[in-house]
Design a protein around this ligand. Structure first.
Ligand code: 16G
Length: 240
């Protein structure tokens, strides 16, 4: 029920109640919430007010709409610490989710100036360009575009990239991964990216660029990971 005398706007009261019902498990992930018409009747408010509450919850990533089908509860966001240097596969397995990859592109090409500089190679040296869609429990989470120097991994085959790249680097190529520098920025997925992520453009994403190095300080990958903002929450531990 809503309190029409309260200084808290009615749409915010409805949002709060829907949030509580979701966190109490009344509507589990994937379940449909009642229709706008039903909510209008339950709360005794206008359809516009109900629509505003739902839109806010959609924008927060708690609900998602499917055309012609209704509004559903989204899976909780993955909380990703920004401290340890882990792989996507490790991150998902540690949460009990099943990682999988769709390999969109695997090719050898000449790097542009920026990539060559980051990898500390010549523009005439070849790199592998790898584009992968990363899934957790069959939900697309991120697009990853990776550049790797061919001379470090002369035997890399596309089969290896259907699984974990870091496993290949450490176990097959027997190299030691030491660390990375990351930059993160907000962006909007373009039409092609939105399609790969199964969302509708423009869609909020977080882009992390990682330049990683081996224990001998040689850079071995430049990666741009484009994460669905509705599926991720990044956390970091800070100290004063
Ligand atoms: C993570 C890394 C990425 C790395 C990938 C390897 C970030 C921002 N990026 O997604 O740099 O290439 O893991 O994953 O965390 P894989 O071993 O499962 O292929």
């Amino acid at each position: 029920m809503v309190d029409k005398q309260s200084p808290i706007p009615i749409y915010a009261q409805i949002e709060e109640q829907l949030k509580n019902q979701i966190s109490e498990g009344k509507f589990p992930p994937g379940a449909a919430i009642p229709s706008e018409r039903e909510l209008t009747e339950t709360f005794g408010v206008s359809r516009m007010t109900v629509r505003q509450s739902i839109t806010n919850l959609v924008n927060e990533g708690l609900l998602y709409r499917e055309k012609g089908r209704g509004t559903f509860v989204a899976a909780p966001k993955v909380e990703q610490p920004l401290s340890g240097m882990t792989s996507f596969t490790e991150d998902m397995l540690s949460r009990g989710m099943a990682p999988s990859n769709q390999l969109v592109k695997f090719e050898k090409r000449q790097p542009d100036k920026g990539i060559a500089e980051q990898l500390q190679i010549m523009e005439s040296d070849e790199v592998y360009f790898v584009e992968r869609i990363r899934y957790a429990d069959n939900i697309p989470m991120a697009i990853e575009r990776t550049y790797l120097p061919v001379k470090l991994f002369p035997e890399l085959r596309e089969e290896a990239l259907k699984e974990s790249l870091y496993k290949y680097v450490e176990q097959t190529a027997q190299l030691k991964i030491a660390g990375a520098v990351q930059r993160m920025e907000a962006s909007l997925a373009k039409k092609e990216e939105a399609e790969l992520l199964h969302v509708e453009a423009p869609f909020a994403v977080l882009v992390i660029e990682r330049v990683s190095r081996l224990d001998n300080q040689v850079p071995f990958e430049v990666v741009r990971s484009t994460y669905r903002a509705d599926r991720y929450k990044f956390t970091s531990e800070i100290q004063r």
